[in-house]
Design a protein around this ligand. Structure first.
Ligand code: CP
Length: 307
């Protein structure tokens, strides 16, 4: 039995297979519509979500399976003090696979250690968000055609943004990648990622504060929201929340083939006017999230669909 707790739980070969499967699902959805008949997905969400929870649910429904779960800790026995370990033992009796989002870093890892069904990390605190990374990778591969030799700009809250941490980890395995890390000084990528991922793998990177000075160098601009819920005081959040606003003027400095990704939700960091720019692919990215989650469910349940 396998879990998905970090993007590195899949080798690059397995990742290629999963993205090939996701692409086949995108182009031949009917082939998969009964693949998970009789199977149940549990969504255990201790933190708010729109895309991740509902795209997991859509994914299982598209595969002919069923879903159950909770969308906030308050509506489950967590509110009475039940532990993650006990909860997953119970859910293992009710479902075949589960996706868990938790505000504590490492909670899905604890769940996996007690689980008799595959556990998928659907985001743990400011740590990792591996299925968002699968979504991001499918977007990049589908629209750029490769992972190698790309200049990737990551902009915004690089300290608390778990999608950024997972994406850096995943892309660190490809060649010719250069990261441009664009953030205020207080929201820089944590030093453990700089040391254990970027420097350990001899990856090229630079840290800058101004987006307009580097936007013209980028193949991909990955915008992120300042993560209000991870701040210890509101004053700091208010001071930093509008550090970056991508608008038409800044887009005019970018390459004609640069893609703008964002895990969403956005707050102010991308102006609405950018939505109509063909380089803005964040809504398409959310659609890819359904296909990769379908592929992930099939992979972890070891279900093969023949032509
Ligand atoms: N991208 C993402 O994780 O969105 P949600 O918080 O809505 O799930």
């Amino acid at each position: 039995m396998r879990h998905l707790l970090s993007p590195l739980d899949l080798s690059t070969e397995e990742l290629d297979e999963l993205l090939d499967l996701a692409s086949d699902i995108e182009h031949n959805p009917d082939k998969y519509k009964e693949a998970c008949k009789g199977k149940k997905l549990a969504t255990l969400f201790y933190e708010p979500s729109t895309r991740t929870r509902l795209s997991f649910e859509a994914a299982m429904l598209n595969l002919g399976g069923n879903v159950l779960g909770f969308s906030s800790a308050d509506s489950s026995s967590v509110a009475k003090g039940e532990t993650v370990s006990d909860t997953i033992r119970i859910i293992s009796c009710y479902a075949d696979i589960c996706a868990m989002r938790h505000y504590k870093e490492g909670a899905p890892l604890v769940a996996a250690s007690k689980s008799s069904i595959p556990v998928i990390n659907a985001g743990d605190g400011g740590h990792q968000h591996p299925t968002q990374t699968l979504t991001d990778l499918m977007t990049i591969r589908s629209l750029k055609g490769r992972f190698d030799n790309l200049v990737i700009g990551l902009c915004g809250d690089l300290k608390f943004g778990r999608t950024v941490h997972s994406l850096i980890n995943a892309l660190s395995r490809y060649t010719g990648i250069k990261f441009v890390l664009i953030s205020p000084n207080e929201l820089k990528v944590p030093s453990y990622i700089i040391q254990d991922v970027l420097e350990k793998n001899n990856l090229e990177y630079k840290e800058v504060e101004r987006l307009d000075e580097v936007i013209g160098e980028l193949d991909i601009l990955y915008m992120t929201r300042v993560q209000k819920e991870r701040f210890f005081n509101e004053e700091d959040y208010i001071r930093l929340k509008d550090s970056y606003i991508l608008d038409a003027e800044k887009m005019s400095l970018a390459r004609p083939d640069m893609l703008v990704l964002h895990p969403l939700p956005r707050v102010n960091e991308i102006s609405i006017e950018v939505d109509d720019d063909e380089r803005a692919v964040y809504f398409k990215q959310a659609q890819y999230g359904v296909y990769v989650r379908m592929a992930l469910i099939l992979t972890l349940l070891e279900i093969k669909v023949s032509d």
